[in-house]
Design a protein around this ligand. Sequence first.
Ligand code: CMC
Length: 391
Amino acid sequence: KGVTTIDPGYKNTGSCESAITFLNGEEGILRYRGYSIEELAEKADFLEVAYLLIFGELPNTDQLEKFHADIKKNSHVDEDVKKIVDGFPKSAHPMGVLSSLTSALIAFNPSSVNVDSEEEMYNAIVRILGKFPVLTAWAHRKRAGLPLEYGDDSLGYVENFLKMMFKSPSGEYVSNPVITEAMDKLLILHADHEQNCSTSTVRIVGSSHAGLFASISAGISALWGPLHGGANQAVIEMLEGIKEDGGDTKKYMAKAKDKSDPFRLMGFGHRVYKNFDPRARIIKKAADEVLNDLGVDDPVLDIAKGLEKEALEDQYFVDRKLYPNVDFYSGIIYRSLGIPVEMFTAMFALGRLPGWIAQWREMRLRKEPIGRPRQIYIGETHRPFKDIEYR
Ligand code: CMC
């Protein structure tokens, strides 16, 4: 039977039932498995949130310890993967590197592909949670010209990641609780966001039973775009551009409103939040606190606040219900933590990993059918073949 209506961008199309993330865009509510994002960001750590998202309940101490131990046991990456990293140019974007390396892991972990039982799924899940921070750190170290290192099993998941990122060639790393806590909070705020572009990609790729790593690799590619996760890099580049251009925010507001100009105010607007993005509120407050604690004075933060104020009072933005989203202030924090701008979207990917896993697992456990949207054909009707000399 033919299709009679379409919904470009799936603005009003439900693709699945899900018990993972609740989102009310009108009231700015975001909850993981029923727990508010505000409370989780304050009281839980990233690994607890990952467990919650994937398995549905907050872990008790024994469950959390076992989960972490299983992840650590799987944090080794085959030495040959280093050769692949070596083969990339230093200038390669970390998201391209990460997507490729995540796919490459399939070759080194073939048993992670055909996973049908819950036990096989669990094994694939702890494998990717163990190896992904290593790959992310390697993507950074390759760009920075640093040797590729492994982590330190005595540390927590996030602290270990930071050490892998920032350990000097001679092995020095100075832990800073302000940085670790801020990173933990940022990762929690990014951990899931129901059926966004990358998550829908993960579910649809996974629906062909392509395997967890292939599905995650596709999700990374979807996240890379500047309308999705890539916005965090684009925001800082935009704010820097405004600063270098004399800090005239009004000029850029006018550009954003000019329909003949492709410029958009990056970090503004959201498909589902039409009142405010609860993550942006937490991140804005955290940006002030973290920069203060670290004694960092970033002039770009003032430009961001100025732009936000102007946009919130501007009729164009008010009419279209455009508010700062999660990416508007996150880059300012990442930068103060020493994360280079090209790595911002990779940080988003690391944070989103538990959400992608949870959604993939749910889709497989619910035995959802292969994803396959329909279309309305608008091309030529039947035409006789034209020989090449008559074309
Ligand atoms: N600056 C200027 N105008 C905008 C912006 C913006 N950032 N965002 C939307 N608009 C306008 C748009 O031109 C349209 O106007 P009109 O109705 O006159 O044609 C109207 O607002 C609706 O926009 P849309 O593009 O139809 O909305 P959408 O739901 O398809 O897109 C969005 C949502 C997030 C892609 C979009 O707001 C945008 O491009 N924002 C900038 C990029 C960004 O910050 N992305 C990060 C999103 S949050 C992180 C995550 O991906 O999870």
